[in-house]
Design a protein around this ligand. Structure first.
Ligand code: 0X9
Ligand code: ZN
Length: 312
């Protein structure tokens, strides 16, 4: 896998096919139930080292829900590649894959991602056409988590337009159905890791309201700080740890809140990857930073896996 450049959606999907072909006993490529507005399949990878028995706890990685945040799919492709390629030789990859099943969605907004390559580098939303000026819904405002209450605009041309109702968008519906399928009425899915850029932060729930916290907030905070330290130890990048409203702004309808509130997931984090500021490139991060960003995120996820596992 070429980690020296950002790839188009078709190429990323082909890499998933390659993973499934090369590591067929532990990796399966799947497509979600609904195709997107522009007719794309939403492809993801399932990794299981116990024959996909469905008995292990699982961690889901949701990358690329915002189109222009290219480092998210790229860093996750790096992590996926490393997990599979070093599983038999590296103790960290082995730990992660022997203790958890992984569900990896590299691009949760393929239509928007492609549009950010072909037409508008700064496109954020999906590509659901609603007539007139109204193109696109912010998928991270569309989930059923205090939908439409904070951090949104009812103007459909806005970058933070939440859609017409909770889960109105097929991309959000796909995630909802996938999570329901993994949970099957239980709590097999223990971790939900949403990966965005930029700001260098590990955001804790809840995002929707300042001061609103899940019952296990103290654990979430402790594990987040530990994961931030593990990340720092790789390349010296400091990621702030705190809730979205504390560090950025309140925002409703996010998948990271939804995972806990509706998805029965115990631990949910929202990463904002490199860089820290717009003057360092903002959403347009040089491709030479894909590998270092992936390396530090890998260490951070490994650290979270240890925390989750100690808590089971
Ligand atoms: O606004 C968002 O959806 C996320 N930031 S981004 O720049 N990647 O768009 C942040 C989501 C986390 N929640 C809050 N900040 N409340
Ligand atoms: Zn984002």
């Amino acid at each position: 896998v070429d980690h020296s450049q950002y790839h188009r959606y078709g190429q990323i999907s082909e890499y998933l096919t390659g993973f499934a072909n090369n590591f067929g006993s532990i990796a399966r490529k799947r497509s979600m139930f609904h195709t997107t507005y522009d007719g794309r399949t939403m492809d993801y990878l399932e990794i299981s080292t116990n024959g996909f028995a469905g008995t292990r706890r699982a961690i889901l990685i949701e990358a690329g829900i915002h189109a222009r945040e290219w480092i998210s799919p790229a860093a996750i492709l790096y992590i996926t590649d490393r997990l599979l390629a070093t599983y038999t030789t590296d103790s960290e990859a082995a730990y992660m894959l022997n203790n958890f099943d992984w569900i990896i969605i590299p691009v949760t907004n393929p239509d928007g991602y492609e549009y950010s390559h072909t037409d508008d580098r700064y496109w954020r939303k999906n590509r659901n056409y609603r007539g007139g000026e109204c193109m696109g819904v912010d998928l991270n405002r569309n989930f059923d988590a205090r939908w439409g209450t904070t951090g949104v605009s009812s103007s459909c041309s806005s970058n933070i337009y939440p859609g017409t109702e909770p889960m109105s968008e097929v991309e959000a519906q796909n995630v909802q159905e996938l999570v329901a399928d993994i949970q099957s009425g239980g709590t097999r899915l223990i971790g939900y890791l949403a990966v965005h850029s930029y700001s260098q932060m590990i955001l804790l729930p809840y995002s929707h309201t300042l001061g609103s916290r899940p019952p296990n907030y103290q654990d979430l905070d402790n594990y987040g700080i530990s994961a931030g330290n593990a990340l720092y130890n790789v390349h010296g990048r400091r990621f702030q740890v705190g809730t979205g409203p504390e560090l950025l702004y309140a925002a409703s309808g996010g998948s990271e809140d939804w995972a806990i509130l509706r998805g029965s997931v115990k631990y949910s984090y929202c990463y904002e990857l490199r860089p820290a500021t717009v003057s360092e490139g903002g959403f347009v991060l040089p491709p030479s930073e894909i590998v270092p960003s992936g390396e530090e995120l890998f260490a951070s996820f490994y650290n979270l896996a240890i925390s989750f596992h100690n808590d089971i």
